[in-house]
Design a protein around this ligand. Structure first.
Ligand code: SF4
Length: 408
């Protein structure tokens, strides 16, 4: 199964008030260049304490200066060294569109040296409004970037201000035009719902504008308040109201209806696309396929192992510069947990879980293991079980966490 490659670029122009991601404000070019150098070293080295196969024999690698040492307490976990194929590369952040074309090119070269990249690979860069010029976008296209994940969030200027997004709705409209002019024909919008002060009418107006612009893909996020963020403090002190959960559910349903009418297919609880424009990279997470991550706080999954890099940018850079692995945590998932994750990740997809896939992967029958509890959810109309498939119903997608609880 080809792996996905994830590259984390932590820098943003400013920090949004709700943001809980591993991000840093873009202070100067030197800091970014230092980070990119670390990324190149990590990508090119036998990273992750030998967690994944290298492209060359390890004995050759071990003579190279760029090889990273195993993390203390994390011995080598894999013994074969065949090359690893990949058909998706995803630059996430942060704001990867702040990279220069030259930096992006060097990172892509390092990834291509490390992995067998499919000719038709999906290469996505997350982009924020007002962070790119037409020239830069054309350069990105020329380097093979063929998908833009575009952080529109909302077309309401008041909400953008409240979220401290650092751009307004016109910036989003203008950047979208630039993307199309530069030849991007696969664009995904991120929209965020359930905001303080947001009304259902406001949300519907957002949807209308998004649909009129006709991106190939739409992802919905509902606002979560994370401890330690400025927004959490504003909510606690009463300066902003708590998002209304019932209203958020209403927004979700309005979105299902409007996007369906506009010809988008829902393929995952929060994701909608034109036919054939699903996010191939994100599907790997829901299919529990291997994904190898590089950069600060990057998560990886391969075989039964999951590992994560240092969350602090300076700690990440320093460890790689010293020749140490940036991996700070490795879990070898027991079969019980793998089964649970396989089941609830697949259930997020509208096509559901193929019972034969489960049998092939684990050598056991899902319905013998979880059938009793699942039967109760079938009775109340949250899931459908056929001979070959287990799926959430439309109503079940609204209460998915209840159903997922069966597997945890
Ligand atoms: S643009 Fe995204 S990653 Fe950057 S601060 Fe805002 S929410 Fe966080």
């Amino acid at each position: 199964m080809p792996a996905g490659v994830y590259i984390h670029i932590p820098f943003c122009k400013s920090r949004c008030s709700y943001c809980d991601f591993a991000t840093d404000v873009y202070r100067n070019d030197e800091a970014v260049e230092r980070y990119v150098s670390a990324l190149l070293k990590e990508t090119g080295a036998n990273v992750g304490a030998g967690l994944v196969p290298t492209r060359e024999d390890d004995s050759l690698r071990s003579t190279q200066a760029g090889r990273l040492r195993s993390s203390p307490g994390h011995p080598s976990l894999i013994t074969h060294h065949s090359s690893l194929a990949s058909d998706t590369i995803y630059f996430g952040g942060g704001t990867p569109s702040l990279l220069s074309p030259d930096q992006l090119e060097r990172i892509l070269e390092a990834v291509r040296e490390r992995f067998e990249i499919a000719e038709d690979a999906e290469i996505t860069v997350e982009m924020n409004p007002a962070t790119v010029t037409l020239e830069k976008l054309k350069d990105f296209r020329a380097l093979g970037v063929n998908r833009a994940s575009f952080g529109v969030q909302t077309f309401d200027d008041r909400s953008l201000k409240l979220l401290a997004r650092g751009h307004d709705a016109d910036d989003a409209r203008n950047t979208y035009e630039l993307l199309r002019t530069a030849g991007f024909d696969n664009i995904s919008f991120d929209l965020i719902g359930g905001l303080p002060h947001q009304t259902i009418e406001g949300w519907k107006a957002n949807l209308e504008e998004a649909v009129a612009m006709s991106p190939e893909h739409v992802s919905l996020y509902l606002l979560e308040i994370h401890e330690g963020t400025p927004l959490a403090e504003q909510v606690r002190s009463g300066r902003q109201p708590l998002p209304d959960e019932d209203l958020a559910a209403e927004m979700y349903e309005a979105m299902l209806e409007r996007l369906d009418a506009a010809g988008y297919e829902q393929y995952e609880i929060s994701n909608f696309s034109r036919t054939g424009r699903e996010s191939r990279h994100n599907l790997k997470y829901w299919e529990l396929d291997p994904v190898i991550g590089f950069g600060v706080s990057a998560h990886s999954f391969y075989g039964s192992k999951r590992w994560v890099n240092a969350r602090d940018t300076l700690a990440y850079v320093r460890s790689v510069e010293c020749g140490d692995s940036p991996v700070v945590e490795i879990d070898d998932l027991p079969e019980k947990q793998l089964k649970a994750e396989f089941a609830f990740l697949k259930l997020r997809l509208n096509k559901g879980l193929d019972l034969a896939d489960y049998r092939e992967r684990f050598g056991s029958e899902l319905l013998s293991e979880f059938g009793e509890e699942l039967g109760e959810f079938r009775e109340i109309g949250l899931i459908e079980i056929s001979e070959s498939t287990l799926r959430l119903t439309d109503r079940g997608r609204l209460y998915s966490n209840e159903v997922f609880g069966v597997f945890v």
